[in-house]
Structure formats: C-alpha cells, structure tokens
Design a protein around this ligand. Sequence first.
Ligand code: AMP
Length: 544
Amino acid sequence: MRGLMQGDHLLISSLIEFVSKHHGDSEIISRRVEGDIHRSNWQEVANRSKQVAIALDKLNVPASSRIGTLAWNGYRHLELYYGVSGSERILHTLNPRLHPDQIVWIINHAEDTVLCFDMTFVPIIKSIHQRCPTVKHWIALCDESALPTDSDLPKLLSYESWIKDQSVEDYVWPVFDENTASSMCYTSGTTGNPKAALYSHRSTLLHAYAIALPDVMCVSAKDAVLPVVPMFHVNAWGLPYGCAISGAKMVFPGPALDGKSVYELVEQEGVTFAAGVPTVWQMLLNYMRPLGLKFSTLQRTVIGGSACPPAMINSFRDDYQVEVLHAWGMTEMSPLGTLSNLKNKHLKLSAEEQLKFRLKQGRSIFGVDLKIMDDSGKEVAHDGVAYGDLYVKGPWVIENYYKNDGPSPLVNGWFPTGDVATIDPDGFVQITDRSKDVIKSGGEWISSIDIENIAMGHPSVVMAACIGVRHPKWDERPVVVVVIRPGEKIEKADLLAFYEGKIAKWQIPDDVIFVDSIPLGGTGKMLKTKLREHLKDYNLPGVG
Ligand code: AMP
C-alpha cells in the first residue's frame, strides 16, 4: 500500500525558495576578484539566480545542458549554483588549477555549452577557447565596464549585463523528477582520464540534510559559515546547499586563501564555522602564531580532503579554543562519508584519549554504509585493528561515472574508495593507506602514472616510479625514482625541466632519485610499497 503523503520532488530550487522566504536577510559575504568585500543576502541570491535561469532560457540553452564554471567562491558562483540547477541545467564546476590541456579535455568530454568564468581566469580562456567547440557562450563574471576586449578572446558576455534586465516577478522554477542530474564534478583521483560524478537533485538534498545534522557539521541559522574549500571541489563539500537548509550566513573568501586574508575575513564577518583542507589551516595558523592573534568568534572547523595532523587538532583546541571536526569523503560521495564527532561516552575521556578519536576520519553517518574487505573479498571485522579496502554505498554515492563505457565501478553494488581503513566498534573509520596510485598535494590530485609516463618519454630513462613523500605544508609531494639507460647521464634539473608544459607546474615532482633498479613483483608490476620502505629515511630537498 502506498503511503498517503505528498510526493513533492526534492529539488534544489526548493532550497533557494525556502531560504529566501525564511532567511532572506541572512547575509552572503564575498571577497571579490575585484578586491573589495561584497555584501548580499539569500533573498538577493534567490532573485539573481532566477535571473540566471531566465537568461539561460533566452539563450535557448536546453534542459540538461552542461554549464561550466571556472570560478572562486563567491556570490555570483552561488547564484549559478541555484540558477543553473534550479532551471534543470547541469552545473559543471571546473578546477582552474588543472593544466589547460586537461581543462579542455574535461570541457569537451562534458560538452559544456556555456562557460562562466572569473576574471582571474582570462589567461586560461585565451589558451583554451579555440579548442572547445561545444561552448557557444562565454560569460565573464563581471560588470560590462570590466569586460576585456583583447583580440585573442572569444566573444564575451558580461554576467551583470546578461542577467540585469531579466524580470523575475512571474518566474516559477520548473518542476521535474528529483533524480534529474543537477551538477557534475570531475575527479583526477583515479587512474586514467578524469572521471565525472553526476549528482542529482535528490542526492544533493539528502546530502544537504545530512551535513547540517548536529553530529555532522551542525550548520544552523546562528552560524556564519566560511567554506574555504573551493566551490569547484565537490560543491564546497555541499555547504552552499547545507547552509540554505539552515539559513546560515555564508562568507566566501574569493581568490584570497592566504593566512592573513582568511584571518581578517573570519574576524570581520564573525565566522563561527569554517571548512577546508589542512594546507589552508596550516597557512592560517602560521600567520596567526607569530603575531599572537586569537579568534573571537570561530567555534569549529571541518578539516578534510587529506589526513589532519595531530598538532593541528591540538593547536586549534589548546591555543585557539576551536574544535576540529576531522572528515573524510570523496568526489564520488558528494563528498561526505564520515565525520569525527565524539559520542556521549567519549566526553568523560581525557583530552589525550579523545584525540585518538578526533584523529580518526570519523564515524558513519546515516546515508553512507561502510564496509572493509580483505584481498580475498571477505569482510573484515570492525574492531579498530583489522584493516581492509574501504567500500561505500548510499543515496549520495555514485552508481557510475558520467559517460563511462567501461565496466561499472561498483563491486556487488558497493563503490570501492581506493582507501584502506580500519573501522572500530563505534563506527569510527581510520584511513591507514591508499590503494589507488595517486598523490594528494594541498588538496589536489597528482597522477603518479602521468609523472611516470612523462619521465619514460625522456630518451635516457628506462624505468620510472612516482611516489608521494610527506611534506609539512602540502601534506604530500611527488618524487620520481628513475633508472637511467646504461652508459647515459642526465642531470636532475634536466629531467625536471622535461616536465615543464606537460603538466601543471605544481604537479612537477619536487625531486628525482636515481637508482640502479626498481623492485618488481611477479607480474612485472613496480612494487611501490618496497620502494617506499627503501626510501623511508628520505627527506625532500629543503625539508628536514
Ligand atoms: P577527492 O575526491 O578529491 O575529494 O578525494 C577523495 C580522497 O581524498 C579519498 O578517497 C582519500 O584518499 C582522500 N581523503 C579525503 N579526506 C581524507 C582524510 N580526512 N584523511 C585522509 N585522506 C583523505
């Protein structure tokens, strides 16, 4: 028997309708590319996102078209989040830190028809536009007066002029099935070409509900939330939606992610809750410490994307009275998987004992089922000791990648994360290793295979292995271990120069280690675990 309840679809437009109706004056603050601080609120965001929707209608952009963004965190990006998805188009956030060739590949794969970009990224647009045949409209996120006129740019529209005259009075958001795609995000955290997670309205809303829960991020109307995590990294961990559910004030840092700028924004805007990768918080603490600065409003911060160092959790707690919530997730999981919030029984523990739990990547939340499996495919006990490959399942975990003509990534309905973990009886997950061959530096992926293939393209190299080495600021940095053709000689600097132009600058290895041989397994595969063991006392140049 069917329940007799109203079957309204869970649509992103319902979020912006709700928040504008009940929290319309809750502020949206943005540090802009222009350098100033812009003040808006949820009501204005709602109006302008409707203007975006109408402007897209007038360009005859059909439903389900992919609308690319190359943009920092800010109010215009937020308006696009709602205007694009709310009107049944698909918001495609692009990562500007990738090499332009990779950006071109992704735009063509997604077949973006419109591309909206911040002025910072004009040089990228210049270098890619001729190679993006599906993009029909290039929209600069600026006023008409700031529109660049360089001859090597495509015809541009200014965002402000584009949306300005659209009258929203009679506009009603379209209603459609909640399983319709709403946004997409490519990840390089896999082997091979980048792959896209294609989120739906339903998955986005359920994820938004989940992140706002008290034992998760506890986002409320009392909060002023600063997502330092970029809106091009898995929808800023869902905060643009979770804050709308809660009616929270939002504070966007724009392009200024240095310690001084982030600190000033936190203090000026009374930020209570912030979210970002460890590297950003390291920069913030490094700025504050020598000046003896303190926070006056910040209460808690979610740190994820990479493992949070214990010293960071301790320093936030002891020196700044800020609670760190360590979180783990993936692009393929919208992204939230686990978050480390203590249970009632842990509150009696000493700070040292509590740290053991806070350091773990967190416990399961309703909506994400977790299991760990050994090499033979048997489930491993949740005893906090035994480890295995971590698998996940749930309504905001991908079922497949966009346009994947290969086999499904799922194994018996579960998504293999490529992380290795333990799970304790309280459900706390601890990531102990990574089985996927990638390196994460400052929250961004570097493909070991790309690094190896480029080295192998050098005429003097016969074998190359790339491994990640711990770094105090960037968490991990790549080094390439190479075997040189007998009788030949190359300098480190020459091999490093060989990478230039082939990958983004920050992806170039920090060092080259010359060896006579690289350990191989029975099938001829390089044994990186052995290699890491051999190099366990190795330090990166300039890192003690
Ligand atoms: P992404 O898809 O770029 O968000 O990256 C997801 C991956 O980042 C995970 O599969 C992990 O390998 C890694 N990761 C994310 N959060 C953490 C964390 N708190 N600790 C360790 N690794 C993490």
